[in-house]
Design a protein around this ligand. Structure first.
Ligand SMILES: Nc1ncnc2c1ncn2[C@@H]1O[C@H](COP(=O)(O)OP(=O)(O)OP(=O)(O)O)[C@@H](O)[C@H]1O
Ligand SMILES: O=C(O)C1=C[C@@H](O)[C@@H](O)[C@H](O)C1
Ligand SMILES: [Mg+2]
Length: 167
């Protein structure tokens, strides 16, 4: 399979690593968050603010269902894509799905540094509770799980490429 889909928590590195992996392999890079920004002509936070997280999840699903199986590509998803069974079934049919499993203490500072935007399903339990709830879904849909704990971006990309056997 010459298509990889990266799933995982916000801040796990799906976008940053997806871009690096795609460049290294000479594959197309598709980031569904960027697709949504392009479609709406505004930053993701403005889209989420405008439509709310529930509608955002629907738009995300629609965006994923619009992806085709043409050409080699790395697909970086939004962290909430696993809430859509239809989106995940589609991704499984066109790509190898890789869960980037990053310990929560590494996610906190990355999310704090990023531009603020809605996180789907974020409740009072914060990131910890979200991680617990999503963990099961990320596992359910992953063809492959890559544990990342402290590697820099280049080393993390190398690990993913080698573990997934793509070149
Ligand atoms: N292994 C890593 N080492 C150092 N920095 C990292 C690593 N992984 C991610 N980062 C940094 O953390 C930040 C968040 O990463 P990124 O935007 O790729 O996460 P994401 O999984 O795409 O999140 P989201 O679901 O919000 O789109 C970026 O600044 C990125 O460079
Ligand atoms: O994990 C999430 O709930 C999200 C992650 C981002 O990539 C965006 O898709 C959006 O902010 C929702
Ligand atoms: Mg991203």
């Amino acid at each position: 399979m010459n298509r990889l889909t990266l799933i995982g928590m916000p801040g796990s590195g799906k976008s940053a690593l997806g871009r690096i992996i795609a460049t290294r392999l000479g594959w197309q890079f598709i980031d569904t968050d960027l697709c949504i920004e392009r479609r709406f002509g505004k930053k993701l936070q403005a889209v989420v603010d405008q439509v709310g997280t529930e509608e955002f999840a629907r738009i995300e699903e629609e965006t994923v269902l619009g992806l085709t199986s043409e050409g080699a590509a790395v697909i970086s998803t939004g962290g909430s894509v696993v809430y859509s069974e239809a989106a995940m079934r589609h991704l499984a049919s066109i790509s190898t799905i890789v869960f980037l499993d990053v310990p929560i203490h590494r996610l906190h500072p990355r999310i704090a540094r990023a531009a603020p935007r809605g996180i789907v399903g974020m409740g009072e339990g914060g990131l910890e509770e979200l991680y617990r709830r999503r963990f099961e879904l990320y596992h359910k849909y992953a063809h492959s799980i890559v544990l990342l704990d402290g590697e820099n971006l280049q080393d993390a990309a190398t690990r993913i490429i080698s573990q997934c056997g793509v070149s």
